[in-house]
Ligand binder design. Structure first.
Ligand SMILES: [Zn+2]
Ligand SMILES: [Zn+2]
Length: 399
């Protein structure tokens, strides 16, 4: 990189001295010089020669690794600086400084290594300012009387300091929730730079943007690995049965280092008090055996149940009209010969214990759609559903 200008400059130097020699020797130099008396020419020769000697070398300062576009407030930045002389000089012993205007943030950063025509400082740390914003700083090689060939060299650079980014999560939200009842959620906040957020405030806002709860984050994090500070929030469900979206907000906290606020929305459904019971029994149509661990869901309020050893899920709910969905699956035992009816129609397979068995209505063995039906619940209601198992080949078998 520095090869070109270096060559050019050396050439220039040689030409200059050739020209001066020519004046006293073969007379190839300009007429103006030839006309002058010999003594004056000799003096000029001396001056010109010392000028060549003291002509400052061009210096180029740079960072070995460029700074990122933005750095977080207070972050420790690892820097290494490099300076290259157009003549390839070694500048060991000279040192650099980083200045913010007139103030030195760091000085005496020594150039300790020379290699491949460049001089390097060792890697050093520089702390980013706490206040977010744009900072114009300068790397400076101060002039040295002992080294007139290498004068002052400056490299301005800009630092963009941003607040720490935080993230928030909400979990353990039960749904549906009985109208007017109290319920709990958990919320946790995490600083991506790993700061302690213990004791900081989080707030909950309802569907109308009204603040309904405030809590303080735990003083210690969720775990050493997960620097998440969390809080249990006690809330009161609205009086009207419906679906709601509420928001948990973490405002910019009062910490030494600036942090961005963050928020997160969570949804839940409220329902009238349960006055009915729906019992759903799920049976294997081919064997008559109960299907355990089947998930029973009722929309729109997301009532939820799982079948027991007898294949029965009992759900307490408010009377009304619902859409009932049953989703059941299990691992298929190995050694069963089967023909898949789906998009691999007709191909014979034998299970090896890794296939899944999905339970669907008899009519859905091609589409694999789970069982769905509309139910009207007016009092205690019992439903029995017969499903058939369809073995689904492993993806790798279909390749
Ligand atoms: Zn030099
Ligand atoms: Zn932080």
């Amino acid at each position: 990189m520095s090869g070109e200008p270096k060559k050019a400059k050396r050439k220039l130097g040689r030409q200059t001295s050739k020209g001066l020699k020519g004046k006293t020797g073969k007379g190839k130099s300009t007429k103006a010089i030839r006309k002058r008396p010999a003594a004056k020419a000799a003096h000029e020769l001396k001056t010109a020669a010392s000028q060549v000697k003291t002509e400052e070398h061009q210096l180029h300062l740079s960072m070995v690794k460029a700074l990122p576009d933005q750095v977080e407030a207070g972050a420790e930045m690892k820097l290494q600086l490099r300076i290259v002389c157009s003549e390839g000089c070694e500048l060991k012993g000279r040192s650099l400084a980083i200045m913010a205007g007139e103030a030195a943030l760091l000085d005496k950063i020594e150039l300790y290594k020379y290699g491949e025509t460049a001089n390097y400082t060792s890697k050093f740390s520089l702390q980013a300012p706490f206040a977010p914003g744009k900072y114009a700083w300068t790397v400076v090689l101060s002039p040295s009387e002992q080294d007139p060939l290498h004068a002052e060299c400056l490299m301005p650079f800009t630092l963009h300091v941003k607040p720490h980014v935080t993230s928030i999560a909400v979990w353990d939200v039960a749904s549906p929730i009985e109208v007017d009842s109290s319920f709990k959620i958990k919320a946790g906040v995490h600083c991506l730079a790993g700061c302690s957020l213990g004791g900081q405030k989080v707030e909950v806002y309802d569907q109308d943007g009204i603040k309904v709860a405030v809590g303080n984050l735990s003083t210690s994090p969720y775990s050493d690995q997960v620097k998440l500070y969390w809080v249990d929030l006690e809330l009161k469900a609205p009086a009207i049965a419906s679906n709601y979206n509420w928001q948990v907000r973490f405002h910019e906290p009062s910490l030494d280092l600036p942090h961005e606020g963050t928020s997160c929305t969570f949804g839940f459904a409220t329902v009238k008090p349960a006055d009915c019971e729906l019992a759903v029994k799920v049976i294997n149509k081919e064997t008559g055996a109960p299907i355990k661990q089947a998930e029973v869901t009722l929309h729109p309020n997301l009532y939820h149940g799982i079948t027991d050893d007898n294949g029965v899920a009992k759900i307490a709910l408010a009377g009304g009209e619902y859409k009932l969905t049953i989703f059941a699956s299990e691992k298929a035992p190995s050694g069963i010969k089967y023909t898949f009816k789906g998009n691999l129609s007709g191909r014979p397979f034998t299970t090896d214990g890794r296939e899944s068995m999905f339970y669907v209505p008899d009519a859905n063995t091609e589409t694999m759609m789970p069982f769905q039906t509309a139910v009207k619940v007016e009092g205690d209601t019992a439903i029995s559903v017969e499903l058939v198992g369809v073995i689904v080949p492993l993806i790798k078998d279909t390749m």
